[in-house]
Design a protein around this ligand. Structure first.
Ligand SMILES: Cc1cc2nc3c(=O)[nH]c(=O)nc-3n(C[C@H](O)[C@H](O)[C@H](O)COP(=O)(O)OP(=O)(O)OC[C@H]3O[C@@H](n4cnc5c(N)ncnc54)[C@H](O)[C@@H]3O)c2cc1C
Length: 361
C-alpha cells in the first residue's frame, strides 16, 4: 500500500466537490479530488442552475466555459391542463431567462478544465474511498482508497466528504442524518424534443400528481413523472400504454417523440425520492458538504445550487495557513440554516402544487 499526502482530500467529484477542489487549488493548497466513477457527470442529476448557481459560476469566471460546452436558458414555466396551456410564468425582462439547463458533464468538465491547469490539483477517477483513518487523539487524518485491487492511503490536513446522498464519509465518521420521505417517487425519461420546442418547464397534474417536461440543451426533453411512493413495483407489472396515453393527453405535441422513444418501463429511470439533513457536519479533521449532509428532492431544483453555495462559502474560509485548525462552527450554522429553509420551501411547493390548477375547478 502506497501513501499520498495533501493539504485537502475531497471525496466525490459532483458539483460541490469539484468546485471546492478547484477553488482551493487556486488558493495554492495541494488538493486531491477522488471520484469512484470512471468518468464525471451523470444523467438525471441536478441540471437546472438557478440565479444563485449562475452567480457563483460567474463570480469564479466559470460560466463562459460552461456555456461554450452547451447550456439552455429557460424562457417560461407553463401549467397545462387537458392538452392546453392555461398559465405561464415569464422571466424578469431585465434577466431574460428563468433557470438554466446545464448538462452536469458540461458543468464539471468546465470546472475541471480550469483545475487541471494547476499543478497542485490532482484527480483520481475510478477510485473509491472505503474508509477513514484516525490518529491517537481521534482526529481524522487519512482516507483509504481502492482502485481495482490497489489499496492506497491518502493523508490530508482536511478531509471533505462531498460524496452525495449515500455518503460513505458521513457514515464512517458517524455523523447523524435524518431522512424524510415525501409521499412520491419519480420516473425520469430523456427523449428528443419535437421540432421548435420552446425552452421551458411545463407542468401538468395527472391523478393529483405532478408531471413535468423540462427542455434540455442539445434538443432533448426530460420527462419527470411523480408516482405514489413505493408504487413502482406494482406499476411496472402493468401495461405501459395507459401511462403513455395520459402523457400524450397532457402534452399532445409530444405524441410522435413519446411513441418513438418510450416503449417500455425500461425507458424510464426510477428515483427513490427522499430528503435528509444532518445536525453534525464534521469532526476534527473532517467536514461534509452538499447532498452528503442535506439531500433535497428534485422539487424546485435547489440541490445542485445549494451544493455549489457550500463550496463557494467554504472556499472563502480556507487558507493554506488555517487548513489544519479551522473553526467550522459559523459555516455549519449558516449553511444548515439555508439548507433547512430550502427543504421547508420544497415541502410547501410539493403540498401546494395542486393550487396551481385550482383556477380550473
Ligand atoms: C433526479 C434528480 C434531479 C435533480 N434536479 C436538480 C435540479 O434541476 N437542480 C438542482 O439544483 N438540483 C437538482 N437535484 C439535486 C442535485 O443533483 C444534487 O443536490 C447535487 O448533485 C449534489 O451535489 P453533490 O456534489 O453534493 O453530490 P453528488 O452530485 O451526488 O456527487 C457526489 C459524488 O461523489 C461520488 N462518490 C460517492 N461515494 C464515493 C466514494 N465512496 N468514493 C469516491 N467517490 C464517491 C459520486 O459518484 C458522485 O460523483 C436533482 C437530483 C436528482 C436525483
Amino acid at each position: 500500500m502506497s501513501n499520498l499526502k495533501v493539504d485537502v482530500c475531497v471525496v466525490g467529484a459532483g458539483p460541490s466537490g469539484t468546485l471546492l477542489a478547484y477553488l482551493l487549488a487556486k488558493k495554492e493548497l495541494s488538493v486531491l479530488l477522488i471520484e469512484k466513477s470512471e468518468k464525471i457527470g451523470k444523467f438525471f442529476r441536478g441540471e437546472h442552475v438557478n440565479e444563485d448557481g449562475e452567480e457563483i459560476l460567474k463570480k469564479h469566471h466559470l460560466f463562459d466555459g460552461v456555456e461554450q460546452l452547451g447550456l439552455l436558458r429557460m424562457k417560461h414555466i407553463e401549467y397545462w391542463h387537458n392538452g392546453e396551456i392555461f398559465k405561464a410564468i415569464d422571466p424578469d425582462p431585465s434577466i431574460g431567462h428563468l433557470s438554466i439547463h446545464v448538462p452536469q458533464a458540461n458543468l464539471l468538465t468546465a470546472i475541471l478544465k480550469e483545475a487541471q491547469k494547476l499543478s497542485n490539483f490532482h484527480l483520481l477517477l475510478n477510485t473509491t474511498v472505503s474508509d477513514l483513518v484516525q490518529d491517537k487523539s481521534g482526529r481524522y487524518v487519512a482516507v483509504k482508497t481502492k482502485h481495482g485491487e490497489e489499496v492506497q492511503m491518502v493523508e490530508a490536513n482536511l478531509i471533505i466528504g462531498a460524496d452525495g446522498r449515500y455518503s460513505t464519509i458521513r457514515k464512517k465518521a458517524e455523523l447523524d442524518s435524518m431522512t424524510r420521505k415525501h409521499g412520491f417517487d419519480l420516473l425520469w425519461a430523456r427523449i428528443p424534443a419535437p421540432a421548435n420546442w420552446s425552452p421551458s418547464i411545463k407542468n401538468a397534474s395527472i391523478d393529483d400528481l405532478q408531471l413535468a417536461v423540462y427542455s434540455q440543451a442539445n434538443n432533448f426533453i426530460q420527462i419527470g413523472w411523480n408516482i405514489k411512493e413505493g408504487s413502482y413495483p406494482t406499476l411496472h407489472r402493468q401495461p405501459i400504454s395507459p401511462f403513455i396515453d395520459k402523457l400524450i393527453e397532457a402534452f399532445p405535441e409530444l405524441e410522435e417523440t413519446v411513441r418513438n422513444n418510450i416503449q417500455s418501463w425500461h425507458d424510464f429511470v426510477l428515483l427513490d425520492v427522499f430528503s435528509s439533513i444532518s445536525e453534525e457536519w464534521g469532526k476534527e479533521g473532517l467536514l461534509c458538504i452538499g447532498d452528503a449532509v442535506h439531500t433535497m428532492t428534485p422539487t424546485g431544483g435547489y440541490g445542485l445550487n445549494c451544493a455549489l453555495k457550500d463550496a463557494d462559502v467554504l472556499a472563502d474560509l480556507l487558507h493554506k495557513e488555517n487548513i489544519a485548525d479551522v473553526d467550522f462552527t459559523d459555516f455549519i450554522t449558516e449553511r444548515k440554516k439555508e439548507a433547512k429553509k430550502l427543504l421547508a420551501s420544497q415541502i410547501e411547493m410539493e403540498q401546494t402544487f395542486l393550487e396551481n390548477f385550482a383556477v380550473l375547478s
